[in-house]
Design a binder for this molecule. Structure first.
Ligand code: SF4
Length: 349
């Protein structure tokens, strides 16, 4: 009786991981997809706050969409709580260009994938990674190191670049035919697009770059500010969520304000911050943002926060603007000079 082989695919729904699934399932191997939610995924955030340039288009979860197209089961695994505590603050292999601990992140994900593989009785894990495609985590040295440190050495197959990498156990044991694997490397997607046509894959998202907040310099600045003023031990998940939204201004060691950038962010802030810990500021006579506070607000801060709010409203060139502020049952109105230009920049995080 032939052994039934089962493999776990790390599936993002992008072209590379979709191709990898096609290649492996075409060999008669049962494939199950997994997708990790780290809490820093840009698309997921857009989905949550319903922010989309095309208002009529629903932002879908690409991993689930690809799983449905490929006819495989996909499990979304939320690792966000543990992820930032374990991976984010002191990565053994350092950060990329922003606060992206890519090597440590991949090791962590593959450790989780290994646990999952053992749990469901699968024999190996595979991904759509391509040698040399990403600067930080996909050089030969890093690919091998990540496999080794995650405990998946020999059991982590990269079908798109496998012929350039040492043979893995699935190839050695003959579960996977190495001749049907590929030797793709580098950033060009030419070969992948040809393969997509060959496999009849029509729908896949265009690579957008910037799919992870941790690679974003603005986001990294907000995280560094949090680490400096709040301290790693006191940072909670809500802080990471708030850092994704709005323009941030630090007014003192204990206080920063967040100004919504559009209607979707204003709505999100209004819902997210309704716990009574925050003050809300809004202009009265001009269209403007919702500003929320994060930290200790003293009476003398009110005018400054109102000025920042006014400085982001349609009344920013007016002499004075009326701003309403409230928290729980306390509320008031101040008339202030909008704060703009260099004066505003002094506070920007
Ligand atoms: S960009 Fe880096 S840190 Fe972000 S999810 Fe990918 S590997 Fe992890």
């Amino acid at each position: 009786m032939t052994e039934k082989i089962k493999a776990i695919a790390l599936l993002s729904g992008g072209l590379d991981s979709t191709l990898a699934v096609k290649i492996i399932s075409n060999m008669g191997i049962e494939v199950q997809g997994i997708n990790f939610y780290t809490g820093f995924c840009v698309t997921e955030h857009r989905r949550k706050i319903r922010r989309n340039k095309d208002k009529n288009k629903i932002i879908q979860n690409e991993a689930l969409r690809a799983g449905a197209d490929l006819g495989i089961k996909v499990e979304l695994i939320d690792i966000s709580e543990d992820y930032y505590k374990t991976v984010l603050f002191e990565p053994k292999y350092g950060y990329g260009s922003a606060m992206n601990p890519c090597v440590d992140c991949r090791i962590y994900m593959f450790q989780k994938a290994k646990e999952y593989m053992e749990e469901v009785g699968a024999q190996f894990v595979f991904t759509g990674e391509v040698l040399g495609q990403r600067p930080k985590s996909q050089h030969m040295r890093e690919l091998l190191l990540i496999a080794r440190e995650s405990g998946l050495e020999g059991l982590l197959l990269r079908p798109l670049s496998a012929k350039l990498l040492p043979p893995t156990i699935p190839e050695i044991k003959g579960w996977v035919d190495r001749n049907k694997l590929y030797d793709i490397q580098g950033r060009s997607r030419q070969v992948q697009m040809q393969l997509a046509t060959q496999f009849g894959i029509e729908e896949y998202p265009q690579p957008s770059g910037g799919c992870c907040f941790l690679t974003d310099q603005n986001y990294a600045r907000k995280l560094r500010d949090l680490i400096t003023y709040k301290g790693k031990e006191r940072i909670i998940m809500d802080d990471f969520i708030l850092a994704k939204v709005g323009r941030h201004f630090r007014l003192s060691e204990d206080l920063k304000v967040i100004v919504g950038r559009d209607e979707a962010e204003n709505k999100f802030l209004a819902n997210f911050c309704k716990k009574g810990d925050h003050w809300f500021f809004e202009t009265l006579d001009y269209k403007g943002p919702l500003t929320v506070t994060d930290g200790e607000v003293l009476p003398e801060d009110i005018e400054l926060i109102a000025g920042i709010t006014a400085g982001h409203s349609d009344g920013k060139t007016a002499k004075t603007v009326r701003v309403q502020y409230r928290r729980n049952s306390t509320e008031g109105i101040v008339e202030v000079r909008p704060i703009i230009g260099q004066e505003l920049e002094e506070f920007r995080i």
